[in-house]
Design a protein around this ligand. Sequence first.
Ligand code: ADP
Ligand code: MG
Length: 366
Amino acid sequence: MAEIHLKSLAHSYAKNPQGEDDYALREMNHVWEQGGAFALLGPSGCGKSTLLNIISGLLTPSDGEVLFDGKPVNHLPPQERNIAQVFQFPVIYDSMTVFDNLAFPLRNMKVSEAKVISKVHEIAEILDLHPVLKKKAKNLSADEKQKVSMGRGLVRDDVSAILFDEPLTVIDPQLKWKLRRKLKQIHEQFSITMIYVTHDQLEASTFADKIAVMYGGQIVQFGTPRELFENPNHTFVGFFIGSPGMNFFNVTPNKTGVEFEGFNIPLEENVKKIVDQSTSENIKVGIRPEFVHVWNKPTEDAFACDVKHVEDLGTYKILTLALGSYVIKARLDEDDFIPERKAYVSFPEQWLKVYIDEYLVGGLEE
Ligand code: ADP
Ligand code: MG
């Protein structure tokens, strides 16, 4: 088991990188604490696999260091890093039986045959692979093959960490849910450091205690699902997490706060100070649909909008509203009042976030 420390790590696939755009990973410093269940969440192409392959040693980073429990491992090949990695598509030996596939990593480590048998049965039990243990891997379904591939990653309990790179992509939805729970169970049982890569926020938040959100080759926030929801550190986190994502407005400073299209948004003193000191023209305010306050009549600080659409999702409703030239979303509980044509919205100060150059003003001090 190990703490994994990424120190000034960056990677470019280009031989002679010219600028930031040539980097698949931009310089980052990050610690995955020992024994945690983590997700690495981000859209396709943001650098998730690159980062995982650098941790496992399949790829040598162009800059910086990877440390396991404080020891640099850059020079160590994958076999010597004591890490298991499960890929998007099954990596198994077709001509071997399922049993021999699962036993392979253990036999490689010269584990006694008695231990091999008990461990393979334990993993087969967890993954429901008992019925096919004697089958040749080539005769399995796609789902079963991927389960064997995962089993090969899980069979050794002496590994420092297990890395999963979108392992459930080829698995059908019903089984996906079950396997994710199993992984969580395995984590609770063995407390091995696990990093689970996905582009699906639901998958990330059901598996992980803490999620690293990745965007454009950077980890833009590392936090619990709740922290990502309540206090997005970057506009991308606001947009990507939540359903629907955060509402944003492009604003300019005024006397008491900021404004857009004549709508005035007062800001708290500390935040206002930072906004006034900034020379950036990229200032946004954001508020999640869950925190937009919807009124049926004018109030002192509410803005009038037109109701465009109401989507009934059973236990809640999503309201689409036109506020000036912006289309915004508000989420209402099933028994909340639903306005029909006109509505009035206000943005509670606590949930109104200000972003300069896409990063949260005031940061994450709490
Ligand atoms: P993700 O796993 O998040 O989808 P990747 O780590 O695979 O992202 O890719 C990150 C970026 O690096 C992408 O722009 C991708 O095109 C590029 N990339 C990935 N692998 C290679 C490679 N072997 N050679 C050159 N560029 C690559
Ligand atoms: Mg990938």
